[in-house]
Design a protein around this ligand. Structure first.
Ligand code: FMN
Length: 160
């Protein structure tokens, strides 16, 4: 199985920590969205899309890449993020919708808290200092192990 992680991590490299752990488990390549061509990306069997959450959505670079992709059929993907306010369903909703529109099958989502010193939060040392921490990264590892199992052993399709 060939796996790729497309990620952006600009604030404190919080998401990069998570991306590295997942990549290690999956043996995945890691790339920034502006460095990968759609045709290269489609050579992979499993593709992860992740970033910090900036103004309640993933980084625009991921959206731009997904918009430039052709429609795909049955390609497996997963979504991950770190955020000041870890509200996964809300933070992931837009990217998830875009990926589904393109034909991706989302086989998992992961998120955790990330150190956030955006705006006035810097004055108080930020929110979630120390995150992602050991526990967050252990959960990311478990998530990736689950993904590996799902990607390698998809549930048998129902006979008609
Ligand atoms: C410009 C900016 C906007 C942000 N907007 C949000 C937000 O809307 N919701 C949230 O929960 N966190 C927000 N955050 C916090 C980041 O999501 C959090 O710090 C994340 O872990 C950053 O990941 P990174 O270090 O990989 O870039 C924002 C941070 C920045 C710098």
């Amino acid at each position: 199985m060939r796996a790729l992680i497309v990620y952006v991590s600009i604030h404190h490299r919080n998401t990069e920590k998570v991306a590295r752990v997942i990549a290690e488990v999956l043996g995945a390549d890691m790339v920034k969205p502006w460095k990968v061509k759609p045709e290269e990306l489609l050579k992979y069997d499993l593709i992860g899309f992740g970033s910090g959450i900036y103004w309640w959505r993933h980084h625009w670079g991921l959206f731009k890449l997904v918009e430039n992709l052709p429609k795909v059929e049955g390609k497996k993907a997963f979504i991950f993020s770190t955020a000041g306010m870890n509200i996964r369903w809300y933070n992931h909703r837009r990217l998830k919708r875009k990926l589904i529109e393109k034909g991706f099958e989302i086989i998992g989502e992961f998120s955790c808290r990330g150190w956030d010193t955006n705006g006035w939060l810097a004055k108080i040392g930020g929110l979630n200092k120390g995150h992602p921490n050991e526990r967050d990264l252990r959960k990311a590892r478990e998530f990736a192990e689950g993904l590996r199992t799902k990607a390698l052993n998809p549930p048998a399709s129902k006979s008609p």
